[in-house]
Design a protein around this ligand. Sequence first.
Ligand code: ATP
Length: 433
Amino acid sequence: MEKIISLAKRRGFIYQGSEIYGGLAGTWDYGPLGVALKNNVKALWWQMFVEEREDMYGVDAAILMNKGVWQSSGHVGGFSDPLVECAKCHHRFRADQLADTKKCPDCGGAFGEVRQFNMMFKTHVGAAEDDAAVSYLRPETAQGMFVNFKNIVDSFHPALPFGLAQIGKAFRNEIAPRDFIFRAREFEQMEIEYFVRPNDWERFFEEFRRLMWQWVEAIGLRRENVHELEVPAEDRAHYSKRTIDFEFDYPFGRKELYGLAYRTDFDLSAHQKGSATSLEYFDEGSKERFVPHVIEPSLGVDRTILAILTNAYTEDELGGEPRSFLKLSPTIAPVTVAVFPLLKNKPPLVEKAREVYAMLREAKKTASNNIRIAFDDNGNIGKRYRRQDEIGTPWCVTVDFQTLEDDTVTVRDRDTGNQTRVKIDELTKTIFR
Ligand code: ATP
């Protein structure tokens, strides 16, 4: 884990939030390569779960919502974790994550009573700081979709089953943020609320279960590191009648990566009551009116990024030298291909390399949007290969003296370090596969 955190910082993927002020626990800032990786993951998700389907509707709801939303959804009353505090050192822990709730693991002191701690961040909207102005930062993106159910039905008249999809920030005042970006206080989710007829829920639960495995494969995680856990009734969230957690073997243990839940009609019915607005669906075929039931695949972006980094981090030996690198799939790597001149101070090489770079960027416009090309002439060639390996770039193209004679370049494969000579004309065919 230390190696991954240090690579992420050194190479500009992820920094501690507010670092120069000593940080703010549970917050993380993504640097240029982290943003690129995260954007690629989110774009792939959007493509697979929204664009490639006819039954999905994207929304981007406000993070601040009327407090009535959180009262109806049960979050004001019940979105809490059990907290214990040490009487001696005053460190706080999540009781369900401790082996022994009698003694403090930090100082051996005695714990007080276990109490419920609500994890929502409370804030005030507008100039008044009274109770009427209270709002919360959303602890899940889901509610932004439930409260827009009626809008989507009224605008688009979708036939059941159909889903709403959203990517966005969520906030939880975690008692003990830890394990890098795994448990943060501010994080991002990619969620779908899929509305079905009450009797159809099992079928669509299975469909999303399969889709989630396809997703795991699409981002390049090894199947054997992902495990389903049927969550027992007593551990399920208040709204769920069935939940499967998808767990990942992180360096600190097997922990939840994603959740797939059958939320029944809990949320729509609760909002129907709380808002006094009908959220029933009218089925033209059967002429029935009913509140649809919901299947929810919930994916954390940051836990995905951590799983991807863990999965990709590799150490080997190349040319007698130890190296560490990220074996990222070309679909999500921040840089797909890096172009270099062999030497920085030889103008004909630099010019030619710039030409190759421009040609690839031009070709990308028609060939594929899913390619990211970088130009790199920093330091010597060995250092550049090391840097590109460490950020997970699958291919490096080098312009050398032979290029000036015969218009061929070398293409180096990240995983093997093997270099092959390719004609510039054929470069796009080799790379844009
Ligand atoms: P945990 O039991 O680990 O606290 P949870 O069961 O409360 O997680 P859900 O409410 O199911 O999590 O949230 C859906 C998804 O959001 C999770 O599967 C995870 O990917 C992500 N997620 C939840 N909490 C956090 C967090 N504090 N930091 C980063 N991602 C999170």
